[in-house]
Design a protein around this ligand. Structure first.
Ligand code: PRX
Length: 633
């Protein structure tokens, strides 16, 4: 009889079935090999992909910390994500199953995906987009978002996807930073039964973006939108022109050619444009996806993130397509029109692996067990979590009610900067709810104090990565110094990457992520910078100074709390506090709407004038405020 999944103490062991079909059966020996022979390990993995021309050097570390991978190699991520499947039976395999929020649905085989991507590439090309140009994409979760990204890659253009929930300010700032001349958007997208007015927001952004020459608009919601003559073009009109043919030759690129820029919020005002490249990212996203999610040809893979974030880039689009997987994508809200929506789609499409965030799990858990219990979820064989630490209660609900006690949960720790999973279980590993377990192959991770000494077992410290890996961001767009300063200066002596997270390591070598050390707030798994929220607040005419902090929240993980000094003559009222919350939502995006605005007379500051957010945090939580020696008296 095969072994069942078991729980011993607080440790979950996988069933024999899971072990039997796992792509990797022995973590320890492959890990050892990958560390002792790092370059060989990555060579072996890279050789499983196709290349136009093989590399000369696996890892070029001559300009540390600007590491380069597979130099001398020629590739294009599309060669592996689409082209190579067309010469196999996978040509007719489903690449994408898509469902819109109103219930419309469509599927694309790899053959059809190639047709759509080639057509989009021709359209972009006819608008003057060339190799190396940056194309900004501001779209709802519709198939054309995937096509647009892949089309950029095929041309060798660089995509910069801006999450569809961001405001015109955020969009125009990202367009300006990347000097993008082309914007791809839609007339709108569906979210909770209403239209997210993307084109109107894009119009506001374009007014502030002198670099934009062309805007391609995909028709999704069919509402009337403003179209500026000579600048805005309907995608379907362009697609009907003879130049929009179904053939486009995938461009041969250097392995280090940039694939995309993705912005993360920073501690100072300007967002950081993380740059990822074709070669290393192809290898890293596909290998992590294959080993961690044990991907098989029969799988139907659903990463329920938004493609506008790194999770969507790496694990809706690139990793799964390189692995020839069938990808599920859904446009709308998980609980619309009812909280059964996800469970219904799992049954309807026979989803085998679900990868989502603790926030989404907590959000669906609060509607009770009856919603998922109405559906047959027996197709599921693995589950995943990402974005923030998962609390044990949500872990157990996910494991018992959704996974029926048979699906291991892959709690993957990683970042926009890392490109792919860094600390993560693989299916055969015993699991401890709330721990992302152990480092992925090829990577050494440690928890250290400020001097770089490893802290004791169970003690809190700073998370560092001790070596380069192929999926790492190469630099920050237009600001290499900031890249060095942010990630590589704290442990420059040792040459380690500072992740900006605090963590613990237990006696079994399992890592437990605690949270951010810097001024990043994770709201529902989304990354927001205190600086963005604060500058939105001070842009309001009634505000003189502001501070933002994250405080624990039952559903969102963390929620934004703000402290505001009003201008003279303006007094505290519910109206002004509500107006300020709305103002931040408008300036940054709805996800940044503060939970609470507290009006104060002063803010704790250091003598050099920096706001001491940790003091505000400790005061709000009723904790000891700690060392106040640098506080201005
Ligand atoms: O604090 C960690 C948290 O998310 C941060 C990275 O955010 P972002 O670049 O938006 O990428 C999110 C998706 C990869 C990390 O520094 N984080 C991410 N995954 C986990 C996590 N915290 C705990 N457990 C995780 N599994």
């Amino acid at each position: 009889m095969s072994k069942k999944a078991t729980l011993e103490g607080n440790v979950y062991y996988p069933s024999q079935d899971v072990i039997d079909q796992a792509n990797v059966k022995d973590y320890d020996s492959l890990y050892k090999h990958s560390i002792e022979n790092r370059e060989q390990f990555w060579t072996e993995e890279a050789e499983k992909l196709e290349w136009f021309q093989k590399w000369d050097t696996v890892l070029d570390d001559s300009e540390k910390p600007f590491y380069k991978w597979f130099t001398g190699g020629k590739t294009n991520i599309i060669l592996n994500a689409i082209d190579r499947h067309l010469t196999t039976w996978r040509k007719n395999k489903l690449a994408l199953i898509w469902e819109g929020e109103p219930g419309d649905a469509i599927t694309y085989s790899y053959f059809a995906l190639n047709r759509e991507v080639s057509k989009f590439a021709n359209i972009l090309n006819s608008m003057g987009v060339k190799k190396g140009d940056v194309v900004t994409i501001y779209m709802p979760q519709i198939p054309e978002l995937m096509f647009a990204m892949l089309a950029c890659a095929k041309i060798g253009a660089v995509h910069s996807v801006v999450y569809g929930g961001f405001s015109y300010e955020a969009l125009s700032e990202r367009i300006a930073d990347s000097k993008s001349r082309t914007l791809v958007t839609a007339d709108g997208g569906w979210r909770r039964g209403s239209i997210n007015d993307l084109k109107t927001i894009a119009d506001e952004a374009m007014k502030r973006s002198p670099t934009i020459e062309h805007c391609i608009v995909v028709k999704r919601t069919k509402q009337d939108v403003y179209m500026e003559s000579g600048r805005d073009f309907w995608y379907h009109d362009l697609a009907a022109l003879p130049m929009a043919s179904w053939k486009y030759e995938t461009q041969k690129l250097d392995a280090e050619h940039p694939l995309f820029i993705l912005y993360t919020s920073g501690t100072t005002g300007k967002p950081k444009g993380q740059v990822h490249t074709h070669g290393g990212y192809s290898v890293y996203t596909s290998v992590t996806h294959k080993y961690v999610f044990d991907i098989k040809d029969e799988d139907r893979w659903w990463c329920a993130a938004d493609p506008g974030w790194i999770t969507g880039h790496s694990y809706i689009i690139y990793g799964p397509l390189i692995n020839g997987a069938t990808v599920m994508m859904y446009e709308g809200a998980p609980n619309y029109p009812y909280p059964h929506r996800w469970w219904q789609m799992i049954e309807k499409y026979g989803i085998t692996i679900l990868y989502t965030s603790p926030t989404a799990i907590r959000g669906l858990m609060r509607f009770g067990d009856d919603w998922p219990k109405r559906y047959d979820l027996s197709s599921l064989r693995l589950l995943g979590s990402v974005g923030e630490p998962i609390n044990p209660e949500a872990w157990r609900w996910y494991y018992e009610v959704i996974g029926k006690g048979k699906c291991p949960i892959m709690d993957t720790w990683w970042q926009t900067e890392t490109g792919g999973f860094m600390i993560t279980p693989i299916p055969i590993m015993p699991l401890k709810p709330g721990s992302a377990t152990k480092p992925f192959f090829g990577t050494e991770v440690a928890v250290v104090d400020g001097d770089g000494n490893e802290v004791g077992v169970g003690e809190q410290g700073k998370l560092v990565i001790k070596n380069p890996w192929p999926g790492m961001a190469r630099t920050l767009q237009g600001d290499p110094d900031r890249y060095v300063k942010t990630y590589w200066s704290e442990f420059a002596k040792q040459g380690w990457y500072a992740a900006g997270d605090s963590a613990r390591k237990d006696k079994d070598g399992y890592f437990w992520i605690i949270g951010r050390l810097d001024d990043v707030i994770k709201v529902s798994g989304y990354r927001l910078g205190t600086a963005e929220i604060e500058s939105a607040l001070v842009s309001h005419p009634d505000v003189s100074e502001a501070a933002a902090i994250g405080l624990p929240h039952e559903l969102k993980g963390h929620a934004i709390h703000t402290f505001v000094i009003l201008r003279q003559g303006v007094s505290d009222s519910k109206e002004i506090r509500d107006a300020l919350r709305d103002h931040v939502a408008k300036e940054v995006g709805p996800i940044a709407r503060p939970e609470k605005v507290t009006i104060v007379d002063s803010l704790p500051k250091t003598r050099s004038g920096k706001i001491m957010r940790r003091v505000l945090k400790a005061q709000s939580l009723g904790e000891d405020v700690g060392d106040l020696s640098t506080l201005e008296q």
